[in-house]
Design a protein around this ligand. Structure first.
Ligand SMILES: O=c1ccn([C@H]2C[C@H](O)[C@@H](COP(=O)(O)OP(=O)(O)OP(=O)(O)O)O2)c(=O)[nH]1
Length: 182
């Protein structure tokens, strides 16, 4: 654990800034929200967006990790944040690692609550049945998407409001022909 490296104001309140309907090239991907960030490991790069307009900021592994086929592990990122009230950070897998190596996030998307101040960690799973996955400290292992959320007041009722779908679900509209091999 080391000293705080980055801190910006306004924790606890929603600070999203309105953006123009059509952002110019210079504005595209410009920050729309200020989030306090405390790095817990001086040697690691903070979360970052690979390109302007990317939804996910990459998170890095704080440790060297080897995941054997089928193995899962909670991997620390060295990052803690203070999200404004009304926001959530969702931890998603990275598609390249998923496609090329079968690396995924068990609980995808992981939910980082606005009130959470601990270290963000990622429960990685090697879904490959044959190859181990070797991750080095500093490797980008997952991505963090920050979104607005609603906090519901649950209102008990006897009858729910109607809808076209009604109770249909779990394949009620068809459209797939998968069969299970015996
Ligand atoms: O991928 C994740 C998911 C969660 N968390 C942290 C932030 C989150 O706010 C906290 C609790 O997560 P969650 O609510 O999913 O866990 P739980 O199993 O329901 O635990 P709790 O009883 O502490 O809420 O753990 C992570 O660092 N990474």
């Amino acid at each position: 654990m080391t000293e705080e490296t980055t801190a910006v104001a306004h924790a606890g309140t929603a600070e999203a800034e309105p953006r123009p309907a059509a952002a110019s090239a210079a504005e595209y991907g410009a920050p729309t929200l200020t989030v306090q960030l405390k790095m817990l490991d001086d040697g690691l790069e903070p979360p970052s967006y690979a390109h302007p307009g990317d939804a996910g900021a990459d998170l890095r592994s704080r440790e060297d990790v080897v995941l054997e086929p089928g193995e899962r592990r909670l991997v620390p990122t060295g990052v803690s944040i203070a999200l404004p009230d009304g926001f959530v950070a969702l931890i998603h897998p990275r598609s390249g690692l998923a496609t090329k190596h079968g690396l995924t996030v068990v609980n995808a998307p992981g939910t980082v609550d606005a009130g959470y101040r601990g270290e963000i960690a990622v429960t990685l799973l090697n879904t490959d049945r044959h190859q181990a996955i070797e991750l080095k400290r500093g490797d980008r292992i997952a991505q963090m998407v920050i979104q607005r959320v609603e906090y519901a007041r649950f209102l008990p009722v006897q009858e729910l409001g109607g809808s076209v779908r009604g109770g249909g679900g779990f394949g009620s509209t068809g459209g797939f022909g998968a069969t299970v091999r015996a």
